[in-house]
Write a protein that binds this ligand. Sequence first.
Ligand code: SF4
Length: 121
Amino acid sequence: MVALILRGDNNGFMFSVPLTIPPAKAPDKAIVHIAPSWEHGASCGSCTRCCKEIGCPVLDQESGLCRGYDSFFWRYFNCGRFPTIQPEIDYYGCPKWLMNPEPVFAPAQAATEAQPAGATE
Ligand code: SF4
């Protein structure tokens, strides 16, 4: 991961994480879910698309395994928390993750939620 940052050819991938955000071992399930068509459960199976796309130096080319899996850098930067937005899924062609649908509010419900607590009309 550090090599990716120092090489500077990661398209901003590693620097998109705010320095104050805690490390993560998985994406936020409030944002994404595993595609029903994905057959490997929580695992990425033999897929290495995102690793190959960024030319990750810790991907073992022979085994297809990540040599940095669950390391501090893996959790701190984007690997552990991937994906966070639809363009990331699209860019890497990730077949595993789907964005959760946006919550839909009825107009009356939205107006109620927009009022500050204790407000009266
Ligand atoms: S592209 Fe998606 S399924 Fe493939 S290795 Fe990356 S996160 Fe896992």
